[in-house]
Design a protein around this ligand. Sequence first.
Ligand code: SF4
Length: 386
Amino acid sequence: MRQTATPTVNVRAHRMVVQAGDWRYHFDRTGRFLFGVRAHEVVRRGLDDRVVQVRTQAGAGITGRTYRTLNPEEKAAFYRRVYALARASLDSLPATEAARWRALLEGWTPEALAADAQAFRQVYLPISILPPDQYHALVVQITHGCSYNRCLFCDFYRDRRFHIKSEDELQVHLDRLQRFMGPRIADRSGVFLGDGNALVVPTGKLLTMMELVRERLGSSVGQDFYTFMDTFTLEHKTPEDLRRIYEQGLRTVYTGLETGSNRLRAFLRKPGTAEEAVAAMNRLKEAGYRIGVILMVGVGGPKFAREHLAATRQALNGIHFTPGDLVYLSPFVDPHDTGYDEQARAHALGAFTDEQTREELARWRRALASLPAKVTLYSIREHLYA
Ligand code: SF4
């Protein structure tokens, strides 16, 4: 991350981009560091003040990436370096603009960035996961956690009880969120309704909450809504409910099908059958929604591999996809704290090496290439709400 050439700056769409050697560092409109990028390496800051370095290997794909969270000393040194580069780059801007950016940048010491993360934690419970195309949405936690919270492979919400916010709680959340985000709200594209399965909120209440969010955040941010859905609670929504929610602005729903194998689903303690999950997704399609279907490649290990792919292929064939829908291939990451390990050992499932996971992903890509939806990769290890 070192460079010696004189840095230059470019201001685009309220962002500052500093070019220093082969690195480009991005800062938001308030001067907060967002990310730095060069060939085969990205360093990203989350709003929780984690700074994660991602390195890629040419030709190794998603499984060849390495992730490292900078420790506090490395992070402070990194911030000092990039902010020094940013300040040094300002001479290439007109004087008044340079002065404005200098004042913004000077406020962001490592300590100020840590304090900013404290403020972030006053607004949100941890944002445990988002779909990869929603990292730039504005998350509004209308619920906390997951109403089921017992899938064997998932530890995203084990730290909290499921809770639907009251209107007063949502008002407080939105107050804090507006204070924290300030003018940056305008840089967000759409609203992601958290946490794990917000579509479980009763329809009348969900519509009221969406209305409130739109009123408070403005229709430019609150025009499009997104959320996760578990497939086993959609039975509480009638076609009329789904239509009203769609008309209120929720147009895209992401769901973890994980696998089409009912034996593997049972092992994973995923409620309901694959057939029921497919029926739920088709109900969304009939109501006009765009869907993102998440599949966990490698879960169940080599023992389930053939059945997992064959049954998932069959399940996907039953979904009435339309152009714009997405299918995510997500390499399985063992959470190590949910009992998956012990159960996998007890059932002699085995586990894939990175190289085998790469081969599995390639096999799945080939097998799903003819689907009418776009098939894309999704690494949960890349998640960082920034
Ligand atoms: S339904 Fe989704 S969020 Fe809830 S435990 Fe299962 S995988 Fe996790």
